[in-house]
Design a protein around this ligand. Structure first.
Ligand code: SF4
Length: 355
C-alpha cells in the first residue's frame, strides 16, 4: 500500500470532527479502538490527539506526584491490586511516618510537582487522611488530591476543609467483577466530588488485553459526560502472583493508541491528559500528565515504590523535555488553562486527511 493512499473515509470523518474539540461518540471511539495498531489510520488518530493536547494545554507537561500513605493486605481484594490480603505480598500493615511524608512533600515542592496525590488503601481511616491533608497543606504549597475509598457529601466537604483541592476516583474496568464495589457506588462518589467543588481526576484503568473496545469506550465517555479534569489511560501491571496475570499485559504502543482515542473523546473538557506508567509513546498521542511515584503502589511488590517500579519526578521531567513538553510551566489543572501559540512550531499544520 502506498504511504500516500487516502485514509479510510470513515476515520477521516471522525478525525475532522474530533479536531474541532467537540468530542466523539461511543460508536466512533469503538471504531478507532478497533483500528489495526500499526495502520496509517491509527497513527493519524495519535497525530490528531497530539496536536489537540499541545494546542489546548500550551505545551505544559504535568507531574502529579503519587504518595502512597500506607501498605496493608487490604481485605477488599481487588484482583488487579498488589496491596491485597489475597496476594499475600504485604502481611503487615505499615504507615509511612509524618517525617517521611513531609520529606516527600518537600521533594515534590522543590522539584516542581503540580499536585500531590495522596493514595490510601481501601480501609485506611478517613480521619487520618484528613489529618495528613490538614498539616501537609500548611507545610507545602502544592495542591493536594485525595485517592481513597468512596465518600459522601459530608466527607467531600471535610476534604475541602482539610486542604484538598482534588479527588482521584475511577470506575475501574470490570468494576463489580474484579472488585467488590458496585459501579453505582463509584459513580455516586464522582457526583459527590463534583457537587462539593473538588476537581475530579480520572483515568481509564487498569487496562488489560481482556478488555473490549466497547467497555473501554464507555468509561471514556463517562469521563467526558461527568466533567473529569483529566482522563487518560493506565494499563494493568501484573505483579508476582497476580490473579489476572494469565491475561498478560498490553504494551505501551497499544496504550498510546487508547490514550489518543480518549483524548479525542474528551475534547474541550480536559485540562490535562494522563498516562501511567510514564512512557514516551503516549506523549506523542495526546498525553501530557505523568504520575511520579513514592510510597505504596497497587502495582508494586515493594512497600516504597520509589525503590521499585516508581519513576521519580526528575526522570519524568526528563522524558517530557525530550518530547517537547515543558514541566516548568504552571499547571492547567489547578489554575486557568493556557494555550501557547508557539506550540504551532511543534505541530505546524492541522489534520487534512493525510497520514
Ligand atoms: S484497589 Fe484499593 S480497595 Fe481494592 S484491594 Fe487495592 S487497596 Fe483495597
Amino acid at each position: 500500500m502506498s504511504l500516500w493512499n487516502p485514509l479510510d473515509p470513515k476515520v477521516t470523518e471522525i478525525l475532522n470532527k474530533a479536531q474541532d474539540m467537540a468530542g466523539i461518540n461511543q460508536e466512533e471511539a469503538v471504531c478507532l479502538l478497533r483500528l489495526e495498531l500499526c495502520s496509517p489510520e491509527s497513527y493519524a488518530v495519535m497525530a490528531v490527539a497530539n496536536r489537540m493536547s499541545r494546542q489546548s494545554f500550551g505545551g505544559k507537561g504535568e507531574r502529579h506526584f503519587h504518595i502512597g500513605l500506607n501498605v496493608e493486605g487490604c481485605s477488599f481484594n481487588c484482583k488487579f491490586c498488589s496491596l491485597t490480603k489475597a496476594a499475600g505480598i504485604f502481611q503487615d500493615s505499615e504507615e509511612f511516618s509524618r517525617e517521611q511524608l513531609l520529606a516527600w512533600g518537600k521533594q515534590g515542592e522543590q522539584q516542581g510537582a503540580d499536585a500531590l496525590n495522596l493514595m490510601t488503601t481501601g480501609r485506611y481511616p478517613f480521619e487520618r487522611l484528613l489529618e495528613v491533608g490538614a498539616w501537609l497543606s500548611k507545610e507545602i504549597s502544592v495542591p493536594l488530591v485525595a485517592n481513597t475509598r468512596d465518600i459522601n457529601h459530608q466527607e467531600g466537604e471535610a476534604l475541602l476543609a482539610h486542604g484538598f483541592q482534588g479527588f482521584y476516583h475511577a470506575v475501574r474496568l470490570r468494576e463489580g467483577v474484579d472488585t467488590p464495589f458496585p459501579v453505582e457506588k463509584r459513580i455516586n462518589t464522582i457526583k459527590v466530588i463534583t457537587d462539593v467543588g473538588l476537581k475530579w481526576a480520572n483515568c481509564i484503568e487498569p487496562v488489560g488485553p481482556e478488555h473490549q473496545p466497547e467497555e473501554i469506550a464507555r468509561l471514556m465517555l463517562l469521563a467526558r459526560e461527568m466533567g473529569a479534569t483529566y482522563s487518560g489511560v493506565m494499563r494493568r501491571i501484573n505483579f508476582p502472583g497476580s490473579p489476572l496475570g494469565h491475561h498478560g499485559m498490553i504494551n505501551e504502543l497499544e496504550m498510546a493508541r487508547m490514550v489518543a482515542v480518549s483524548r479525542l473523546v474528551m475534547g474541550d473538557v480536559a485540562k490535562a491528559h494522563c498516562t501511567h506508567e510514564p512512557n514516551t509513546a503516549a506523549l506523542m498521542a495526546g498525553a501530557n500528565l505523568f504520575f511520579p511515584e513514592v510510597g505504596s503502589s497497587p502495582r508494586d511488590a515493594q512497600s516504597d515504590t520509589g525503590k521499585g517500579r516508581g519513576k521519580d519526578l526528575m526522570a519524568c521531567a526528563a522524558i517530557m523535555r525530550e518530547m517537547g513538553l515543558d514541566p516548568s510551566l504552571p499547571s492547567n489543572c489547578f489554575g486557568a488553562t493556557r494555550t501557547a501559540p508557539n506550540q504551532s512550531e511543534h505541530c505546524p499544520s492541522s489534520y487534512h486527511g493525510l497520514p
